[in-house]
Design a protein around this ligand. Sequence first.
Ligand code: THU
Length: 133
Amino acid sequence: MDQKLSKAAQDALKNAYVPYSDFPVAAALRLADGRIITGVNVENASYGLSNCAERTALFSAYAEGYRKSDIVEVVVTTKNESLVSPCGACRQVMNELVPADALVHMVDATGDVKTLANHELLPYAFSEEELPE
Ligand code: THU
């Protein structure tokens, strides 16, 4: 894993807007052109409208015009000494927006890392292939 990417995610934790959970999460994407894009969780008083760090980062990248093939690897981190695992909603979004073989690194505050390929996070995923033509 690229240490710069992990540091970018750790540095972004301070930007998390988490008045309800007090559980900051940050994600960082490394893009093929060398850029790093970060995202954090952004919560809402209507709890279900909260957005996870992974989706914030991905939507920011797409909003700048990047697409699936531009994404090389992903880091997700917290301030905790245990790994954070992307939630189901994020896995569904990552299935669509991140290449299947891109590596997803779950990094804890001590630097421990668990790495999986994106496709391992959501077996039997629902995708555009299921939709009628
Ligand atoms: N959260 C993320 O941002 N990413 C994850 O992978 C897991 C959960 C956020 C959602 C909510 O703001 C807080 O963590 C507690 O669930």
